[in-house]
Design a protein. Structure first.
Length: 199
């Protein structure tokens, strides 16, 4: 059922609590857009511009309110996820020797390459020309201006290396084909359960 029709029908329900529950139920619904396969999960509210310049692998997740400007090209490899509110920009403006202010009409295309098993958390900004290698983790709110090496954990503005994923563990899981399926339910744990991982 089209999303607009679904919203219209929900709005017709006279009981406010039922309307609220239904809106919450369908809030995280994936949209299967033309040109993308069913295992490329794109949440409602994601904006993808110049989709013809995007190449995606399998088992991909693009969260709500993600904005992708793919004029310069984007490659997103298998088993990678992009968190809520992240922006990926693949072009920039010319200000050096420009004949106008703040920049002129010259645009530069800068491809972004995101490797396998990459976790990009919420509200990140990924700038053009960046390569994020396999197994990297981008902390929430990071601004990535430079390429990120394999299994690095980066954070901040501009993003810097703040830690490393265990490379031996990564290779073992990768070779065994142990990839998170983005339709799977998440089991929530307390912070204490992650202390060993964070150390």
């Amino acid at each position: 059922m089209p999303i607009k029709l679904k919203k219209f029908l929900i709005n017709l329900i006279p009981v406010k609590t039922i309307r609220k529950k239904l809106r919450e139920k369908y809030r995280h619904e994936f949209i299967y857009q033309p040109g993308f396969s069913p295992d490329q999960k794109i949440c409602r509210g994601a904006m993808i511009h110049n989709r013809e310049n995007i190449r995606m692998g399998k088992n991909i997740y693009i969260g709500e309110k993600v904005q992708i400007y793919a004029e310069g090209g984007l490659f997103l490899d298998d088993d990678s996820g992009i968190g809520w509110g992240t922006t990926i920009i693949t072009t920039s403006h010319n200000y050096k020797g420009a004949d106008m202010l703040p920049f002129d009409q010259t645009g530069y295309k800068q491809k972004v390459h995101i490797g396998k098993h990459v976790w990009i958390a919420s509200n990140c900004i990924i700038l053009g020309g960046v390569r994020i290698d396999d197994g990297a983790i981008i902390a929430a709110g990071s601004v990535v201006t430079k390429s990120v090496p394999k299994c690095a954990i980066v954070g901040g503005n501009p993003a810097k290396i703040i830690g490393w994923r265990d490379k031996d563990e990564y290779e073992k899981l990768h070779k065994a084909g142990k990839s998170y399926i983005f339709d799977s339910p998440i089991t929530l744990k307390t912070l204490d359960g992650y202390k060993k991982y964070l150390e």
